[in-house]
Ligand binder design. Structure first.
Ligand SMILES: [Cu+2]
Length: 361
């Protein structure tokens, strides 16, 4: 495949009425059930409500915004504060949705420590939130990965402390009883525990997250999209998003991510899910080095064309960039790319290399 042109349909047909079912089962064994989802409004057959005013200009995290590599060699303690929020933002222009986030971005901020470090993590639920949130970090030995002790009502905070015992890059996510809905609405991110000796040096690092968004509208349908539990239960998403939005890192969005020709680039790719495995592929490139399932302490694979990134895991890939041009990040289940938003572009800038690729021989 040499290119993918986006043939996006703005389907204006209204979807049928849906009803949401809040999960009754409480996975938190002790204490009374807490409210983890709001009652949802039934939609009419006349279509979506108009788009709502947004709380934030942008929900998609900047893929270049991640902590610097570890440069310390003895254990230290990190004080980390994360805030859970509920924000109306655009999935794509004209399409609004109420996200749930860690720190107003999708994926949530990367936490980066060294194996053996201690993390003192304070989770605060913003006062204006409607429901309870928490955090389960897959880098934690302990009940719920921290979730059991970080259930925070709106306006409240909780602090846990854990030792990062094993290396790897792992997902964190909200894990209230309605966790699938909260993750779908944006509540996931990555925690990177570097091995004691660190990671091999690269020229640049990028951090992305994939998730599905289930709404009562159609992809591209203007208006305010409400969350749709029926779509989630049947695992039929409206959008499959990269960093929480449709086509965010393309010319039609915030623009491609640019790198210089010849740079070696490490990508961290978190799949929040909640349900779909990503068939992660880079059009016009290959995963030169590939670590599945967060397993940075294992020997990597090489020259992987397409790799499964299962929900609740973070893949790590290193690419070389010997020729200029676009590298298209996709889920190779390609209907998600062409129709549901799952595309981002890394633009390699530099002089042509006709000995490697010649478009006009
Ligand atoms: Cu939550």
């Amino acid at each position: 495949m040499t290119s993918l042109s986006i043939d996006r349909r703005r389907l204006m047909a209204a979807m049928g009425a849906t009803s949401a079912v809040a999960l009754a089962g409480c996975l938190n064994s002790e204490s009374e059930p807490k409210q983890t989802s709001e009652p949802t409004t039934k939609t009419s057959d006349e279509g979506l409500d108009p788009a709502k005013p947004t709380d934030v200009d942008r929900i998609a995290a900047d893929p270049t915004d991640l902590p610097d590599p570890v440069d310390w060699s003895s254990p230290r303690t990190h004080e980390i504060e994360v805030t859970t929020t509920e924000r109306i933002a655009e999935i794509e222009p004209g399409v609004t949705f109420k996200y749930m986030t860690f720190d107003d971005q999708v994926p949530g901020p990367m936490i980066r420590v060294r194996r053996g470090d201690t993390v003192r993590l304070t989770l605060t639920n913003a006062a204006e939130s409607a429901v309870v949130h928490n955090i389960d970090l897959h880098a934690v030995y302990g009940p719920g990965g921290g979730a059991d002790d970080t259930m925070v009502d709106p306006g409240q905070s909780a602090t846990i402390e854990f030792k990062a015992m094993y290396p790897g890059v792992h997902v964190y996510h909200c894990a209230v009883p309605d966790m699938d809905m909260h993750i779908s609405a944006g509540m996931f991110g990555a925690i990177l525990v570097e091995p004691e000796d660190g990671l091999p040096e690269v020229d640049r690092e990028l951090y992305f997250g994939q998730n599905e968004i289930y709404t009562n509208g159609a992809a591209g349908e203007d208006g305010h999209h409400e969350f749709d539990y029926d779509g989630m239960t049947s695992e039929e998403p409206t959008y499959v998003a990269l960093n929480g939005e449709a086509y965010a890192f393309t010319e039609g969005g915030y623009g491609p991510i640019t790198v210089d020709k010849g740079e070696r680039v490490r990508l961290f790719y978190a799949n929040g899910g909640p349900n779909l495995t990503s068939s992660w592929h880079a059009i016009g490139n290959v995963w030169e080095t590939y670590y599945p399932n967060g397993a940075l302490a294992s020997d990597p694979d090489h020259y992987v064309e397409t790799a499964p990134v299962v929900p609740g895991s973070v893949a790590t890939a290193v690419i070389d960039t010997p020729v200029p041009g676009p590298i298209k990040l996709v889920d190779h289940a390609l209907s998600r790319v062409v129709r549901k938003g799952m595309l981002g572009v890394i633009q390699v800038e530099g002089e042509a290399e006709p000995e490697i690729f010649n478009p006009e021989p």
